[in-house]
Design a binder for this molecule. Sequence first.
Ligand SMILES: Cc1cc2nc3c(=O)[nH]c(=O)nc-3n(C[C@H](O)[C@H](O)[C@H](O)COP(=O)(O)O)c2cc1C
Length: 194
Amino acid sequence: MSITDGMKPVIMTITGGPRKEGDSAGMLRRFTRELDVRLVEYSAYDSGFAPCTDCRACRQFEGCAMDDMDGFFADFEAVDGIVIASPVYNMSFPAPMKAILDRMQRYYSARFFLGKRPPIVKRRPVALLLSAGSEEEDGETASRQLERIFTVTNCELVSRIVLFGTDHPFTRSETEGEILRKAAEFGAWLTVHH
Ligand SMILES: Cc1cc2nc3c(=O)[nH]c(=O)nc-3n(C[C@H](O)[C@H](O)[C@H](O)COP(=O)(O)O)c2cc1C
């Protein structure tokens, strides 16, 4: 039986940061509380997934030479939507989260070396929830990184929320209203497409 055989849409969540009670994890809890979905939860730090080694096996066959992410990839291809919640580290994602993104190279190879169009048939919405210490951080770099990957994994970045300025209580932005509004939009997307 597939994980998506139930009545409710299934959402993969990926926490990119190490802090279980951190700001981005809090945004994820708040966002998913608004959705009537089943969650398949991953933590980049707990997963211990290895980084891509550019061995190029994925140019020869559809898949990855390393098997540590087999379960993750099966879930990733099956789910109805994805929510990524992460702190911004040096304008990007923390290293374990970046490792997951780089391992998506197998889909790039499937598309451009093996001619699979598209490598994943099902189109899925993605919400990106970022927390950042600086009040100048707009999440643009992290979003652009994801968009490169999403073009080959049939994903669409439908919402982005940045909780910025977390370094100081007086610069910290307010995201409650935005979370409610964007979670409702995300839920509506799922209802239309599920
Ligand atoms: C290694 C490291 C790098 C960071 N780089 C940035 C950065 O480039 N821009 C920024 O705004 N904040 C940066 N921060 C601050 C975190 O993004 C911020 O504290 C965030 O709110 C933590 O989220 P969390 O509570 O979900 O872990 C960095 C923090 C660490 C530990």
